[in-house]
Design a protein around this ligand. Structure first.
Ligand SMILES: Cc1cc2nc3c(=O)[nH]c(=O)nc-3n(C[C@H](O)[C@H](O)[C@H](O)COP(=O)(O)OP(=O)(O)OC[C@H]3O[C@@H](n4cnc5c(N)ncnc54)[C@H](O)[C@@H]3O)c2cc1C
Length: 350
């Protein structure tokens, strides 16, 4: 039997983000599969009432909270203090949190304070005969292992895209607000604010439904014997603007951009998908001008529906790596798709 604490910070608008609701989904399933193991919710933030009410029917026996202006923004000292207090007050043996950047920053430190154990990048939690086991991937998502631990509390930070988000009716709940005393030590770090690129400059969008991958073909000589980097840039940015897709790139392309060549300057190594890049979790993927070699495609492991546009009918995508391969010129295809989308959006907005 365990006492399961689902714990997270709230968003600036007092809600819970999708990643938090996915981790809650994991916590609810874990509690259901371990009869007699109560689920407790712990929230911290400037205001937590709306978030708590939105998950009122998740089956939690207690809703604990730490609230106040000091918890509006991420700051190690205050976030760790809140998290530690919630863990102690709940007497949790199993702590489940989303691996948001805010939670990931503090959860290992809190585990140390509690003399617990922490596992990060958890993909799934399974139970059998009252035993809890977690799954996580290693070696660039090529191998996975199942782990159990006897030490408690056991803190788990759960990756996004691994569980369906919890959904339930809203209702008012009684929140036990924990009285936290903050000293000057906690508030020494002043949070001056956020600096984030505008939505259009931000090309990596983990929550997007579509991953749009661009390969080195965009920079290669085309049928007129010339390269067309400006046109490529406009087509790619136009597609992202119309679809709000997340932008991925092959290693060849991001290497060229990183070396300062006059091609696709908005790409960086952060966009790279593959063995030495990222393994994103979008439901759909569209590859353009990318050959689809194994070290690249290994990063598509979690993309469920895959399509590619390539001039070469024998490219890697044709060898069982894509559901649909369009043997076509990506410059022409993307120009046409952008025009159709722009027309559709102008009709909708008219
Ligand atoms: C240890 C190791 C790790 C690696 N890790 C990664 C990794 O993490 N990610 C990664 O991406 N790669 C990785 N690579 C490199 C990988 O093997 C390939 O070299 C790379 O993915 C090739 O990139 P590309 O397909 O964009 O370029 P290319 O191989 O140059 O392919 C360009 C493609 O564009 C097509 N094309 C050209 N013009 C058009 C057009 N107008 N319309 C349609 N198609 C067109 C061509 O037919 C061609 O197929 C790794 C390699 C090694 C050895």
């Amino acid at each position: 039997m365990e006492t399961i604490l689902f714990v997270t910070s709230t968003e600036a608008d007092g809600t819970l983000n999708r990643h938090a609701l996915e981790a809650l989904g994991t916590a609810v399933d874990t509690a259901v599969s371990l009869p007699g193991s109560p689920l407790v919710v712990g929230l911290f933030g400037e205001k937590i009432e709306a978030a708590a009410n939105s998950i009122a029917n998740c089956g939690a026996v207690r809703f604990l909270g730490v609230e106040g202006a000091e918890f509006t923004q991420a700051r190690y000292a205050t976030d760790a203090a809140a998290l530690e207090m919630l863990c102690r007050a709940s007497k949790a043996t199993l702590v489940i949190a989303p691996a948001t950047s805010r939670m990931a920053r503090v959860i290992a430190g809190v585990s140390h304070r509690l003399n617990g154990r922490i596992d990060t990048h958890v993909n799934a939690i399974a139970t059998s005969n009252d035993q809890v086991a977690i799954t996580r991937w290693f070696y660039r998502q090529r191998m996975f292992s199942e782990l159990t631990r006897t030490q408690r509390p056991w803190l788990l930070s759960v990756d996004s895209g691994c569980h369906t988000a919890y959904q339930g009716e809203s209702q008012n709940v009684d929140i036990e607000l924990l009285p936290i005393v903050l000293g000057s030590d906690h508030l020494r770090t002043k949070v001056a604010g956020f600096k984030a690129p505008s939505a259009d400059q931000q090309t990596i969008r983990p929550d997007a439904d579509l991953l749009f991958v661009t390969g080195a073909g965009w920079t290669k000589k085309q049928k007129d014997g010339q390269t067309h980097p400006k046109e490529a840039e406009q087509l790619i940015l136009g597609f992202l603007r119309e679809t709000k897709a997340s932008l991925g790139g092959s290693k060849s392309l991001v290497d060229m951009s990183g070396e300062g060549e006059q091609v696709l300057q908005f790409m960086s190594h952060l966009n790279q998908v593959g063995q030495t890049g990222a393994t994103p979790r979008h439901p759909k993927g569209l590859s353009t001008c990318c050959h689809g070699e194994e070290p690249h495609v290994v990063g598509w492991r979690f993309i469920r529906e895959r399509r590619a546009v390539n001039l070469d009918p024998n490219c890697g995508w044709a060898r069982g790596k894509a559901d649909v391969l369009y043997v076509a010129d990506a410059f022409e295809v993307v120009a046409k798709v952008n025009a159709l989308l722009a027309e559709k959006h102008s009709t909708v907005n008219a």
